[in-house]
Design a protein around this ligand. Structure first.
Ligand code: ATP
Ligand code: MG
Ligand code: MG
Ligand code: MG
Length: 345
């Protein structure tokens, strides 16, 4: 079978996606599959490379920089996404993880790895997903959504509403994004206004939430109707805010796997992770992120339906620690994609 591996993409997580694709290419079972790499440029153009039929000895250059590279040509989605193929959107953030490309696969009747259209869309939207978590009775910090309309028409009233519900420090986030892009911490009203203005550069809907002083713990979830959770892992940060620079530039983050937590807290976190997965109707995979305070209070933060997937990323490492090595995990994700396709088409 042929796996069409889509990577790069129109988001701030373009570079991470290239690393994810390199790890996948190294670990696919070439006795069963061959990989057609499709690079999506920042502008959204698709470039198709030559099929890969054996694990390369070293990482091959996968970023064509949007120019014509050897063995690659610009293609239309329908040229590469045709019958008998499986799509693997190794794409993070808007335009890859938010249901749009999943909708394209559905329209073209192609099985694909990862969450479906609805789960991808609601998982990417921090406001809608919080409403679903509330409904599922998963604890979370107080939050207030606002639209650009509220902000432009009724700024004073909106500030009063926020400050009536949440105390400083607050975190301000665009509703739809990832990699901490557009997210800021605010300690007073002046910073709050600046943070809101900045978040509105990325989205017309913004979320203000209560800041917490807490550890950051993540759980990997896998499955379609039958759902499995991994041991939790912790992000051991050198500073409080796990921002874009910490994630991808400074590389000062270490992972604590499994997270050092009492057994009953671990169980609770895994139970909430499963509830969150079901609440967004996910399938395939999702990483569920939590805050755990120093008194062991647990709050869900957010979900990522296509989390970082390099060999050094939290999601695969959590499965490795739970007894599923990277190769096996890939195989299971492909099986889950085919199973969903066969069952629901
Ligand atoms: P990802 O790359 O995981 O998709 P994201 O852009 O979706 O990230 P969040 O995970 O919501 O954004 O927030 C990014 C980081 O900001 C968190 O990992 C955490 O360090 C910090 N943060 C976010 N919300 C809060 C909060 N309410 N209190 C304290 N810290 C927070
Ligand atoms: Mg996220
Ligand atoms: Mg993300
Ligand atoms: Mg996060």
């Amino acid at each position: 079978m042929e796996i069409v591996l889509l990577y790069g993409g129109q988001s701030a997580e373009h570079e991470v996606s290239i690393l994810t694709a390199q790890s996948i290419i190294r670990h696919i079972n070439y006795e069963k599959y061959q990989v057609t790499p499709v690079y999506i440029t920042h502008e959204g153009k698709w470039f198709c490379g030559a099929p890969i039929t054996a694990a390369p000895q070293e990482d091959i250059r996968l970023d064509f920089d949007g120019t014509r590279a050897t063995h690659s040509e610009e293609v239309n989605p329908s040229q590469v996404l045709c019958e008998g193929k499986i799509a693997f959107p190794a794409l993070h953030g808007p335009n890859g993880e938010d249901g749009k490309i999943q909708g394209l696969f559905e329209s073209l009747h192609i099985p694909y790895i990862g969450a479906g259209v609805l789960a991808s869309a609601v998982g990417m939207d921090k406001i809608i997903s919080k409403h679903l978590f509330q409904e599922a009775q998963i604890p979370q910090v107080p939050f207030t959504p606002l639209t650009i309309f509220d902000w432009k028409q009724e700024r004073a009233k909106t500030l009063t509403r926020i400050e009536g519900k949440i105390v400083y420090p607050m975190f301000v986030k665009p509703a739809n994004l990832g990699s901490s892009v557009g997210i800021n911490r605010a300690e007073n009203q002046e910073e709050l206004i600046a943070a809101i203005e900045e978040a509105f550069r990325y989205d017309r809907r913004v979320l203000v939430e209560q800041g917490v002083d807490a550890r950051e713990v993540e759980v990997a979830v896998l499955g379609n109707d039958k759902v499995e959770t991994s041991v939790p892992g912790e992000i051991l940060k050198s500073q409080k805010f796990y921002d874009y620079k910490e994630k991808y530039i400074n590389n000062t983050v270490q992972l604590g796997i499994p997270a050092d937590l009492p057994g009953e807290i671990t169980d609770k976190i895994r139970e909430y992770a499963k509830k969150a997965y079901l609440a967004i109707d996910s399938s395939g995979l999702t990483r569920v992120d939590f805050f755990v305070t120093y008194n062991n209070d647990i709050y869900i933060n957010e979900v990522n339906t296509m989390p970082g997937f390099t060999q050094w990323s939290m999601y695969p490492l959590l499965w490795e620690a739970t007894g599923k090595p990277y190769d096996q995990l890939l195989e299971e994700l492909i099986t889950l994609a085919l199973e969903r396709y066969e069952t629901y088409r």
